[in-house]
Design a protein around this ligand. Structure first.
Ligand SMILES: [Zn+2]
Length: 158
């Protein structure tokens, strides 16, 4: 357990989001962590943190934290796309990595809201195209990398 100084307002400390109360965010975080495991394993699994607002007119702030608790930036009113965006922000600012990258255009892609409350990775190159749904990044890897990942997963399960 960490030690807090006296007389600090505990309620305003960043704390892990209770994901049992927010299955939508649990699923969103799972999807992002699947993508990290596939393409940037050193950055995951991330946790979702919340800093409650101390002003009722201002929304709570949500952050995606690395396993060592480092995080950067925040999003409000999180949904699947914003959870992905928060993870991306932490990867960019803390690890100095462009993530994820469109394998075709070799440029960074962006979390965006797709149809039916899905979150997608959107590549802005050319006319723009959907790379994949968040959580499905492994599908975009070249065959050899994808097979290596499946072998690794099998080892972990076995
Ligand atoms: Zn692209």
């Amino acid at each position: 357990m960490s030690h807090f100084p006296h007389r600090r307002d505990f309620a305003r400390e960043p704390h892990p989001v209770d994901l049992t109360a927010r299955p939508d965010l649990a699923a969103a975080l799972d999807a992002v962590n699947r993508d990290l495991a596939a393409t940037l394993p050193e950055a995951g699994p991330m946790r979702l943190m919340c800093t409650p607002s101390d002003d009722e007119d201002l929304p709570d702030q949500f952050h995606a934290a690395l396993p060592d608790d480092r995080r950067h930036g925040s999003v409000q009113d999180p949904d699947a796309a914003r959870v992905a965006e928060a993870a991306q922000e932490t990867v960019h600012a803390v690890l100095w990595q462009v993530w994820p990258v469109c394998p075709e255009h070799r440029t960074g892609v962006h979390a965006d809201a797709g149809a039916n409350e899905r979150a997608v990775w959107w590549c802005r190159a050319g006319e723009g195209h959907e790379l994949c749904e968040v959580g499905e990044l492994a599908q975009t890897l070249p065959g050899r990398q994808r097979r290596a990942l499946r072998r690794k997963e099998r080892r972990r399960e076995g």
